[in-house]
Design a protein around this ligand. Structure first.
Ligand code: IMP
Length: 438
């Protein structure tokens, strides 16, 4: 069984909790793209774990975790997170954490270039996480990147740093920042690469062997569908393929070995950074947005920046379901809506007076969209911690059914709070078969 899981919107859908729940049932939990862009929290009892780079499966001691070839890894951030996990009592060793030799490294100059690139864009900036993700992928596509395996060879590492830094410094200095020095970068990265050596693995071969032994693999997408560099709200996207198709390329697992795709969908939408957001709650709905932000704790896990809040967008989610081929959906944060009198769902878009049923490719079209809403009555009852679908208030159940019909995919899991046991698994669903390991 090889399942891909990813977010259907712009990230922060609550994937961490679902991966954490499923991790017990899988032998391997792996990531296939992205880096330490943003972070998410997983709550277990009174402990909160903030994960940025490591798959959420790391909290389960029997799970092997893999960072795939499609990722960009900042070695400093990698060890900061590893050390933080160890300090929180998680055992981490090369037996249970593997890093692809083909993953690319985020270098200090990539971070600096992320800043200058945003500065250059001014009002059109992307609102990146400024971690150097985009510039690292640019070097990868430009065939000058430094992979984990390259960093293990001092000669290759030094040559690449010197060559790349010459170009990088030209831009960095133009934007009034101090130049970076090759010697310092070499010392820092070679020491970190040496520490990383025991974790380095030919991960595609590792997966092929795991498949022969019928191991169960969960491939965890980071960021989310609408931030995918090909299919998202370009250019306001991240620089990798977060969609399910990226899982094969980014891990080296043949596409036909993947057996299912699970989408994480939240009962409302949020977005961080810039870019179009058709169902965003604007000035006239600020009160509702504030309420949702507060109840849903919609602030960045690492940066603390408030997330833009909006209504559920069925057009965008349908698009995500088509792109990823979702077999089942986990619907998160239903309890956040308990306090609302009215809940709106965007069921269509109007652009320039015309109804459109598909998700537009052009960002400016997305900005001009007038969402067509259907309004549902709120249930105004507590759903926190409910574990059976029949115990949901009738109107909450109707809301779930309405969303499922609009998206065209079953909802197999409903999250009713941040804790592991605050969850409904819908009996007879595809999701329930994944939970029972079939
Ligand atoms: P980058 O990935 O840092 O280049 O940022 C590109 C865009 O993706 C920005 O709008 C970020 O706010 C957004 N983004 C990146 N990572 C995440 C994430 O994990 N959750 C939500 N948004 C993200």
């Amino acid at each position: 069984m090889i399942i891909v899981i990813n977010g259907s919107q712009w990230g922060d859908e609550g994937k961490g909790k679902v991966v954490d729940l499923l991790a017990d049932r899988f032998d391997i939990v792996a990531r296939y793209q992205g880096g330490h862009n943003a972070g998410h929290s997983v709550y277990v009892g009174d402990k909160a774990f903030v994960l940025r780079l490591l798959p959420s499966g790391i909290i389960h001691e029997d799970t092997v975790c893999v960072l795939g070839n499609g990722m960009v890894i900042d070695p400093k951030a990698f060890f900061e997170e590893v050390d933080q996990m160890i300090a929180q009592g998680i055992s981490i060793n090369p037996g249970r954490l593997k890093v692809s030799s083909r993953a690319h490294l985020i270098m200090p100059y990539h971070r600096a270039l992320d800043h200058t690139s945003e500065e250059r864009l001014g009002n059109e900036k992307i609102g990146t996480t400024l971690r150097g993700i985009g510039p690292a992928y640019e070097d990868k596509a430009g065939r000058r990147g430094i992979r984990v395996s390259d960093a293990l060879s001092p000669e290759v590492l030094r040559n690449r740093i010197e060559r790349n830094l010459e170009d990088a410094n030209r831009i960095i200095v133009t934007y009034g920042q101090p130049p970076l020095y090759a010697d310092e970068i070499f010392e820092e990265i070679s020491a970190l690469a040496e520490r990383m050596k025991p974790f380095v693995c030919e991960t595609s071969h590792f997966y092929a062997e795991a498949k022969k032994q019928n191991k169960k693999i969960l491939l965890e997408g980071a960021q989310a569908t609408l931030l995918d560099v090909d299919h998202g709200t370009y250019p306001f996207v991240t620089s990798s393929n977060a969609t399910a198709g990226g899982a094969s390329v980014g891990s080296g697992i043949p596409p036909h070995h993947i057996t299912g795709v699970l989408g994480i969908v939240r009962t409302y939408a949020t977005r961080v950074g810039e870019g179009p957001f058709p169902t965003e709650m604007l000035e006239d709905e600020q009160e509702t947005a504030d309420l949702i932000r507060k109840r849903g704790n919609e602030f960045g896990s690492v940066t603390g920046r408030p997330r833009r809040c909006g209504w559920f967008d069925a057009v965008a989610t349908r698009y995500a379901a088509e792109l990823n081929g979702y077999d089942s959906i986990a619907l998160t944060k239903i309890d956040v809506l308990d306090a609302l009198d009215e809940i709106k769902v965007c069921v269509g878009y109007v652009v320039n007076g015309e109804r459109v049923d598909t998700f537009p490719a052009v960002s400016s079209d997305l900005r001009q969209i007038q969402p067509v809403y259907e309004s549902l009555e709120g249930w105004k009852e507590d759903t926190l911690g409910i574990t059976e679908i029949d115990e949901l208030p009738a109107k909450a159940k109707e809301y779930v059914e309405f969303l499922s019909k609009e998206i065209g995919v079953e909802i197999g899991l409903i999250s009713t709070g941040p804790e592991r046991d605050q969850t409904i698994i819908v009996k007879g669903s595809v999701m329930s078969s994944w939970f029972s390991g079939q």
